[in-house]
Design a protein around this ligand. Structure first.
Ligand SMILES: Nc1ncnc2c1ncn2[C@@H]1O[C@H](COP(=O)(O)OP(=O)(O)OP(=O)(O)O)[C@@H](O)[C@H]1O
Ligand SMILES: [Mg+2]
Length: 371
């Protein structure tokens, strides 16, 4: 008999009933033969004293459930389509707001590549893209600035090269047309020609060396050296200049210095440049000193002078390539940039303190290598 009260004659068939008679929970879904609607059957055996007496079968139509599932499916499909459309709109919007500025940046970069550094892009936003615009404009500024400095450098070098050439040419002409019996004048002229040629050679060598630095082609040839010998050599080299300029030049080196792994010629070049500056910017009667000692596993060398000093606003820029001060003694502005390069190739650093009129002190710190 079913739950409505209908008596069903004969045996009731169904997978769920078989399962129930086997002692399990029987579940099956079948289509009704007459109405063809889906029906769910759930059956369970009824037992008394362990013996199966019958089967209790629960029957319900699934059409309501199907309607709800359909409703939910439609809703989900609708939401899905809405999300896809929204995502589409948003991505078009975002890609427009990113690709357009990126295209502008690309166009600007192309212009720069063809040498048009005067153009700028207008910054319209304050986000990362805006920063990119700023960076690009800044780069163009820097390139222009460097270009200007380079042109000035070429001009000043050409000027420097012309001076000795003029005097060589002048003396050569004088000697050709002059009186050969005046032995003294002849000697004089030849000496000047020789000195000026030396000066030219030295200048050209320095320039070549410098261009190697700029293109990063410098490599160090390190050896274990006794820094006392190096400094003794430098001391001899500058003693004559100190005497000529009437400058008190003192050199102090710590006694028990260990051998240090350095490129001696390059370190000589650094000390040369620093002392050249010190002597150049110190007046007669002033002092220049050079000290070397070990501290915290590093070689420290200090070049101090009582010269004109460096203005505070120029201090951070003096080691830049081509930077030179306003004094008429300043020449090419490459000495300190080469020093900085050599010292950093040795893994060290260069620190400058200076006070106008009082003087300048430059400290080199080169760490000892264990390798
Ligand atoms: N000891 C110093 N006293 C005062 N000013 C200094 C001193 N050393 C460097 N400067 C300043 O720093 C600038 C850069 O120095 P740097 O040695 O690079 O160039 P330079 O001496 O002018 O030219 P170069 O060394 O190429 O012949 C100098 O022009 C000068 O203004
Ligand atoms: Mg110099």
């Amino acid at each position: 008999m079913d739950s409505i009260g209908n008596f069903i004659p004969g045996k009731v068939k169904g997978e769920d009933i078989k399962d129930a008679l086997n002692g399990e929970l029987g579940i099956s879904i079948e289509a009704d033969k007459k109405t063809s609607e889906k029906v769910l059957y759930v059956s369970k055996a009824l037992k008394s004293n362990g013996k199966v007496e019958g089967v209790l079968r629960f029957v319900t139509s699934l059409s309501e459930v199907d309607i709800i599932i359909k409703k939910i499916s439609f809703m989900l499909i609708f939401i899905g389509i809405a999300v896809i459309i929204m995502a589409g709109i948003i991505s078009v919007f975002i890609s427009n707001s990113i690709t357009r500025p990126v295209r502008e940046v690309t166009a600007m970069a192309r212009k720069m590549a063809s040498g048009r550094f005067n153009e700028r892009i207008e910054k319209k936003r304050n986000d990362e893209i805006g920063e990119l615009f700023d960076a690009l404009n800044f780069m163009a500024d820097e390139i222009l600035k460097n270009e200007k400095i380079k042109n000035e450098f070429v001009a000043s070098v050409s000027h420097e090269l012309r001076t000795p050439l003029t005097s060589i040419k002048g003396w050569a002409s004088t000697m050709r047309t002059g009186d050969f019996s005046d032995r003294e004048e002849l000697e004089n002229g030849l000496e000047i020609i020789e000195n000026e040629s030396d000066r030219l050679t030295k200048m050209v060598e320095e320039l070549l060396d410098f261009s190697k630095f700029v293109s990063g082609k410098i490599t160090l040839k390190k050896d274990y050296i006794d820094i006392r010998n190096t400094i003794e050599y430098i001391k001899k080299q500058f003693s004559l200049r100190a005497w000529r300029q009437n400058i008190n030049f003192s050199v102090k080196v710590q006694d028990n210095m260990p051998l240090v792994l350095l490129d001696e010629n390059r370190i000589k070049q650094v000390l040369n440049n620093l002392l050249d500056n010190a002597f150049k910017f110190t007046q007669e009667g002033g002092k220049v000193n050079l000290k070397a000692f070990m501290r915290d596993e590093s070689l420290i060398m200090i070049v101090g002078d009582t010269g004109i000093g460096i203005p505070e606003d120029e201090l951070p820029r003096v080691t830049e390539k081509f930077f030179k001060g306003k004094s008429d003694k300043c020449s090419n502005g490459i000495g300190l940039s080469i020093c900085k390069e050599i010292v950093s190739l040795h893994g060290g650093k260069i620190e400058i303190t200076s006070e106008l009129v009082k003087g300048t002190e430059i400290t080199l710190t080169i760490p000892l290598e264990d390798s």
